[in-house]
Design a binder for this molecule. Structure first.
Ligand code: NAD
Length: 489
């Protein structure tokens, strides 16, 4: 398979002049392509192109932008198989999951193409009867998108779709691990005026250059807390607008009323929430709190189901879980497992590469009796690892759920209305899912409390992240106001 390795700048494909990025297939450990990063002159050209395209795009009525956005969605759907194979090659995740991701991107474009037509502000009550007042929402200008590797296209389109729909132009950078699926998008943007979307490649240095670039008005970032803080500081230093989507350590709570068949279903839902994309989802369930008597049957059902999952070649249709994205990520997750076991935790299944000679595999792992201060219960793991903890009450589960610096998502299983309401009111997280793990909705905001983020993607909130509010106050009379000078009369 040939790979598109050129950048997209001002509507033209150009080879990156900067440092070479070697792209590895994590299942085979082979280097499949080499991509040149954008040099700093190329990044400047991309920003200039986005600025030049900005006036025409910003002034285009949303009703005219809408078919262009839907055209991008159509282009994505037509390329589903190609993009899915590229993502599976770069990340190692099962093809089914990669195909789903392409459709989610297209649906997000369709959603923003339409909601951006509904309003660009609001009419507000004036101060006096001779006046008329409105709030107008305007695009920021050029938006820089900095994207991680775990959902390379989805997390790009969660930024790009609302930003374009609001009238901004784009300079986007995928992760250094996964540029191929993003660079393959050049032709889906061919219906837009040249320079409206520019795609550059590069590692952290290029990301930092975007965050610091005076020609970029707003930065939309998804990635780790550590990097997000750097991006936030760089944007604050120049008063650029910024949206930060960062890491998590999501809790999964089994309320005391859950038993029998519901408990077995919750165990399957839990395994999916912990192991989807080899646990490399920002909202992966990374700590399970089971209240009371449900603990033992839940652990038993969870382990049994985990042992039935098929780990292997992500291109094989029967595979549930592929390798992790890199040796580094696998080693980080494995180190947390080994350290917890060293401190007294019991490993019930997983905890190794399953004897495979190639590929960055970590078998889905379930642990119990993990000491409360273990990294596995406190730091982001970002791997297929599920520590399960017994707790005495729902209050204790919620207290532990809220006890960390993170607040991205949380899941609770219950049939009891009072328990559900208690969870949704008391858990401090940007998404709370009751009985249906990880289901996103384009119409609902996504983002984090605390260190998990600032701002929101998706929903009306996700459109507003890319608009500046302007208050317009119109007085229809030209008259002297009684509160002007002189005060002495
Ligand atoms: P990362 O922070 O290492 O990198 C993210 C992006 O930032 C990459 O494109 C990288 O090249 C770039 N970058 C690196 N250093 C930079 C710098 N100094 N300035 C600007 N950009 C820089 O994260 P990752 O390993 O690619 O992704 C995994 C992390 O992303 C996890 O912590 C995960 O929880 C988080 N994540 C969050 C969400 C969310 O919506 N909240 C979604 C997915 C992933």
């Amino acid at each position: 398979m040939g790979y598109e390795t050129d950048l997209l700048i001002a509507g033209e494909r150009v080879a990156g002049d900067g440092a070479a990025l070697e792209i590895e297939n994590p299942a085979t450990e082979q280097i499949v392509a080499t991509v040149g990063s954008a040099s700093s002159a190329q990044l400047d050209r991309a920003v200039d192109a986005a600025r030049a395209a900005s006036k025409e795009w910003a002034s285009m009525p949303a009703v005219d932008r809408a078919p262009l956005l839907r055209g991008i969605a159509d282009g994505l759907r037509e390329k589903t198989e190609e993009l899915a194979i590229l993502m599976t090659t770069e990340i190692g995740r099962p093809l089914t999951e990669s195909r789903d991701e392409v459709e989610w991107c297209a649906a997000c474009l369709d959603y923003y193409a339409e909601i951006a037509r509904s309003e660009i502000g609001r009419v507000i009550p004036p101060i006096e009867s001779s006046q008329f007042a409105v709030v107008v929402k305007e695009p920021h200008g050029v938006v820089g998108c900095i994207v991680p590797w775990n959902y390379p296209l989805l997390l790009l389109f969660w930024k790009l779709a609302p930003a374009l729909a609001a009238g901004n132009t784009i300079v986007a950078k995928p992760s250094e691990l996964t540029p191929l699926s993003t660079l393959a998008l050049a032709d889906v943007f061919s219906g837009l005026p040249a320079g409206t979307v520019n795609l550059v490649a590069g590692a952290g240095e290029t990301g930092a250059a975007i965050a610091e670039h005076e020609g970029i008005d707003c930065v939309a970032f998804t990635g780790s807390v550590e990097t997000g803080k750097k991006v936030g500081i760089a944007c604050a230093a120049r008063n650029a607008r910024v949206n930060l989507e960062m890491g998590g350590k999501d809790p999964f709570i089994i309320c005391p009323d859950v038993a029998d068949e519901a408990l077995a279903i919750a165990a399957r839902g839990g395994a999916w929430a912990a192991f989807l994309n080899a646990g490399q989802v920002c909202t992966s369930s990374e700590r399970f709190y089971v209240v009371g008597d449900a603990y033992e049957p839940f652990v038993e059902a969870f382990v049994e189901h985990t042992k039935s999952l098929v780990v292997g070649d992500p291109t094989d249709p029967g595979t549930d879980i592929g390798p992790m994205v890199s040796a580094r990520q696998r080693d980080k997750a494995l180190a947390q497992v080994e350290s917890a076991v060293g401190a007294g935790a019991q490993l019930l299944t997983g905890g190794s590469d399953g004897g495979r000679e190639t590929g960055h595999f970590l078998e889905p792992s379930v642990l119990v009796d993990v000491p409360g201060d273990a990294d596995l219960l406190n730091l982001e793991t970002f791997g297929p690892v599920a520590p399960i903890v017994a707790v005495d009450s729902l209050d204790e589960a919620i207290e532990r759920a809220n006890g960390l610096e993170f607040g991205l998502g949380a899941i609770a299983y219950t049939r009891d209305l009072a328990n559900a309401i208690k969870c949704l009111k008391e858990i401090r997280a940007g998404s709370v899912w009751i009985n249906d793990p990880l289901t996103d909705n384009d119409a609902g905001p996504f983002g984090g409390f605390k260190n998990s983020g600032i701002g929101r993607e998706l929903g009306a909130e996700g459109l507003d992240a890319f608009r500046e509010a302007k208050h317009v106050h119109i007085e229809t009379e030209i008259e002297i106001k009684e509160w002007w000078y002189p005060y002495g009369e």
